[in-house]
Design a protein. Sequence first.
Length: 221
Amino acid sequence: MPRRGAFIVIEGLDRSGKSTQAATLLRRLQDAQISAKLIKFPDRTTPIGKMIDSYLRSENELDDHTVHLLFSANRWEFASSIEKSLQSGETIICDRYAFSGLAFSASKIRPGSQSYPLLDYEWCRVPDIGLPAPDITLFLDVSADVARKRGGYGEERYEKEDVQRRVRDVFVRISEHVQGGGGRWEVIDADETQEEVQEVVWKTVQELVAGVDAPLEKLWD
Ligand code: NYM
Ligand code: MG
């Protein structure tokens, strides 16, 4: 049986350098003659993705449950093509996935409250159950100081320091949850230079990108 491609997810807060690292990793894999492609969530090109895009740019208001389900539905739109690519031997680098969905939604708090959750963690997790499971998740861990030095956040919804702090707390909970279920979650210090971070990323995925024998699993199964 030929080996399948590896499903590599890159997660992190805004300004953690995910997209840069994902693009560099793709180039290096291609240089090494490894069949690979880069995808990202949200994928803003589909009709659902366009609704998410206008929400993020605050052009519309959506109920928080609704938008959470849209982010998940946006992943389900690509689930079968992800599976097909992996089975055909192509490695996938995925810039954000279900863990961002869970972290950003479950970190929302009720207006006027300091910490009372708006959406329940378990409620947020359920819609993504059964998606293709990553073989590894690289969590690029950036400190608030360095994020600030990188020019700070943009104009989109969630791009604020207090939001990012709460999102990071949920990511810590998710990392324990994933590892508790036998999943691979690697924390990478993203405060270092682009080149240094890339070296760690490259070393961490080496074995996987040679191809995976284990069957593709389902997320949260
Ligand atoms: N985001 C991303 C969510 O709130 N839920 C999700 O399921 C995903 C995939 O969208 N601040 C948030 C995280 C980001 C924002 O992502 C847009 P990006 O990578 O900046 O385009
Ligand atoms: Mg962003």
